[in-house]
Design a protein around this ligand. Sequence first.
Ligand code: 5AD
Ligand code: SF4
Length: 474
Amino acid sequence: MTENITTYNITTFGCQMNEHDSETISGMLQQRGYIQVPDRDDCDIAIINTCSVRENADKRFFGTLGQLKKIKVKNPDFIACVCGCMMQQEHIIEAVKRKYPWVDIIFGTHNIHEFPDMLDQLYESRKKEAVPEGSEIRDRRAYNIAKHDVRSAKNTRVVRVYDDKKEIIEGLPAKRLYRHKSFVNIMYGCNNFCTYCIVPYTRGREKSRRPEDIINEVRNLVQDDVREVTLLGQNVNSYKGESGGAGIWDFTDLIYALNDIEGLERIRFMTSHPKDLSDKLIRAFGECDKLCHYIHLPVQSGSSNVLRRMNRRYTREQYLELVRKLRDTVPDIAISTDIIVGFPGETEEEFEDTLSLAEEVRYDSAFTFLYSVRKGTPAAEYEDQIPETVKHERFGRLVDVMNRCSREKNAAYVGRIEKVLIEGYSKKDEGILSGRTDTFKLVDFPGDPALIGQIKNIRITESNTFSLKGELEE
Ligand code: 5AD
Ligand code: SF4
């Protein structure tokens, strides 16, 4: 804690959408003059931005809540806040209210903009029940919280969560994670209802921002030294934005317009759904010079049968055809994916279809997941849940294939000269710079920190499974 200055710390679980929401929360708090600190144990306000996509994230969240209690016991004025996808689930909110009385503020994914107001409400109600510094009551309150006494925290708690939001709130500030690259949310929510996935229930229905608002935001970011934007949406390529003057824009219309922004160097997007990957968008890869040669295209399974049970609305063959078209248009395009292993009823043959698809596509990288039951989704009710041991065994085999492909793909870069946007210091070594190729490969190389933010030619000298090493090319 810093004297007289309010400090905060944000812990973020989950996807880029959550990362970006945390940037917005941070922006709003900094507007109030609050200061972000790296140490959660020594801050005035801690915010836990949760993810509900997989069971693992749930477990980590409840572990983190336990740690917040220790801070509260030491400092009864400490404010513990939880937000994000998990807070859009009724049973989770109930559990937090019942078992974690030291949580002061709960908000959801649709009302991040209300957080400062909720803080004010909390301050106000605390003023009413204020206890003098060092008094016995004050100590008792801390003691009660430590003893899980719900009443001790009841009066001060502020909870606001909505099912969905009517309109998109524009103009919220954001404190960017990187100076030269930025996330830009272009749509929210998902209408797809894949049978394993909780997101349509926590993030609501699809809503797209107006193209004018997005273009303005990107122009302002470029003015502020941003060279690369990543367009975000749960289902980004089903974007349909209503323009004031030009009717409905689809995702590709937006890409073409952003490609014309002077000073912007790179455009990326995630996450796209194969069913919405149009020929028009594939053509844009060939025509828009700023659109990076990289796509994250989750396949989830290589078996058409499993894909049908997942409600993915494409077959193995249709997916492979998309990959073929992408590579015909952009031969050097890098492709990554998400795969779920052990979906209910997945047979050994169906799993082998996934292995063979992976061999056929030869992905640059992949996120592989063990299927986890999400309460409230159709697949949670399916019979034939796969035993954990079988899931793990299949997972190991898949990761072996994926890592081999990544290694081979990366090895092919050795000797090439690649344009790298230098993002900052390497996570492993402060003396080394780090950046990304157009194809999203991470490259570490020695260089002058003054180069951060520039795009430079780097000769690739070494490769491994997840990254490359190189040297600055004069
Ligand atoms: N179990 C395992 N993985 C899941 N994903 C989404 N829901 C589940 C689940 N219930 C994975 C999908 C998605 C990624 C973000 O998380 O692969 O693309
Ligand atoms: Fe979940 Fe499917 Fe929507 Fe992706 S497309 S967020 S996996 S329901």
